[in-house]
Design a protein around this ligand. Structure first.
Ligand code: GLU
Length: 446
């Protein structure tokens, strides 16, 4: 395999799809060496097949807003790879959603899901619908219109969507209600992230953030460090940021920054239960601003227009969006003494940022390993749905612990360099790739 040749071909077929090309390039560079030790992969053209989605559904979503005006958005579902199980992955509602973003996310999801130890293929979906400022009734009508198109292509053993940026429990509820009406199928396993009274799993809302902190704990303990007393800067203030802030606080760290598109809140005293609850209220208000946090809590200060990475911290946790931490941000963090960065968002760091962290030799881990606890717990939700039972929070949490420990071990196995530095990017990419590649090989040319 020649990375450049494959990338040139992909660029020709998907011109200008920068996020997608970025995600593929990162994986190919990591696996090149191992891949070339396996002539059977080369012969079966595994990489050429793996970088293209199995299929993409694109559809128009038309709905009526509160003023009675007709609105049209685009909807997508990308079924990326089914080598190790039914398609699985979230749905993103954000004004910037486009095929490039969803292809990158679907590609990443394939490897992430492979890392979870559970049998799930990779998928992603979404729409350029912008939830900011929309009423609850508008969100419901949009979700219903979206499902009107999507329902035929999903199912508990086919493709199981879940939440992502802009899609939480409320949106999953509206989509599930419409799915049942259209499909006349009442199997709760068709979507994950459901409410607790209708098939949801305990710990699923917390799982991405909690799992991320379990992973970080393993990274730190391997490096002989502890999270107790460390200062943590988090970007975002949504569900994932909330889960990460909650667990970090519980483990004895001080969360000194959260941020939004409007700026950063400097929170030198750390989080309290009241502050953590308020993060959820802020998100539910649908305004997508973090400034009110500092109006409510006198010990916090809002700094407009600044990122979380401008705050001096030990550990940086991007929890918002792709490419939200760039090379300059990484340099600023390093200058301020940061010694660990872990992507909780998908592809939260640019390639320049990752190179900056790695060449400084600090701890760095990629989203597909760190945030895999979310989809892993979705997999546990599917298992409970299939068995028609509910596990206790403690049971789900202990399974989540085990999964994050396994992912960490897989990264260490494949990512430890000769000089002892653990390249978690390489480790996660190779571990995920080997599993998917082997499955594809065994299933023949399909
Ligand atoms: N959107 C989440 C992710 O990026 C969760 C997906 C799921 O639960 O299916 O992994």
């Amino acid at each position: 395999m020649k990375v450049q040749t494959i990338m040139a071909d992909l660029e020709r077929k998907h011109p200008g799809e920068s996020e997608y090309l970025q995600a593929v390039q990162e994986v190919l560079e990591s696996i090149e060496e191992v891949y070339n030790l396996h002539p059977e992969f080369e012969k079966a053209k595994i990489v050429e097949r793996m970088v293209e989605p199995d299929r993409i559904f694109t559809f128009r979503v038309t709905w009526v807003d509160d003023k009675g005006e007709i609105q049209t958005n685009l909807g997508y579902r990308i079924q990326f790879n089914s080598a190790i199980g039914p398609y699985k992955g979230g749905i993103r509602f954000h004004k910037a959603v486009n095929p490039s973003m969803l292809k990158f996310l679907g590609f990443e999801q394939t490897f992430k899901n492979a890392l979870t130890t559970l049998p799930m293929g990779g998928a992603k979906g979404g729409s350029d619908f912008d939830p900011v400022g929309k009423s609850d009734a508008e969100i419901m009508r949009f979700c219903q219109a979206f499902m009107w198109e999507l329902w035929k292509n999903i199912g508990p053993d086919t493709d199981v969507p879940a939440g992502d940026v802009g899609v939480g429990g409320r949106e999953i509820g509206y989509m599930y209600g419409m799915y049942k009406k259209l499909a006349r199928e009442y199997n709760t396993g068709v979507l994950t992230g459901k409410g607790m009274t209708w098939g949801g799993s305990l710990i699923r809302p917390e799982a991405t953030g909690f799992g991320a902190l379990y992973f970080v704990e393993h990274m730190l303990s391997k490096a002989g460090k502890s999270i107790k007393g460390a200062t943590v800067a988090i970007s975002g203030f949504g569900n994932v940021a909330w889960g990460a802030a909650t667990k970090a606080t519980e483990l004895g760290a001080k969360v000194i920054a959260i941020s939004g598109p409007d700026g950063v809140v400097y929170n030198p005293e750390g989080m309290t239960k009241e502050k953590l609850d308020y993060m959820l209220a802020l998100r539910a208000s649908n305004r997508n601003i973090v400034a009110p946090f500092a109006e409510k809590f006198a010990d916090a200060t809002f700094i407009p227009g600044k990122k979380a990475w401008s705050i001096k911290c030990d550990i940086a946790l991007p929890c918002a969006f792709q490419n939200e931490l760039n090379g300059d941000d990484a340099a600023e963090l390093l200058a301020n003494g940061t010694w660990c960065a872990a992507e909780v968002s998908n592809m939260g760091c640019t390639p320049e940022a990752i190179a900056t962290f790695q060449s400084a030799g600090i701890l760095f881990a990629p989203g597909k390993a760190v945030n895999a606890g979310g989809v892993a717990t979705s997999g546990l939700e599917m298992t409970q749905n299939a068995m028609h039972i509910s596990w206790s929070a403690a049971e789900v949490d202990s399974k989540l612990h085990y999964i994050m420990e396994s992912i960490h071990a897989a990264c260490v196995k494949y990512g430890t360099q000769e000089d002892g530095y653990i390249n978690y990017v390489k480790g996660a990419n190779i571990a995920g790739f080997m599993k998917v590649a082997q499955a594809m090989l065994e299933q023949g040319i399909v």
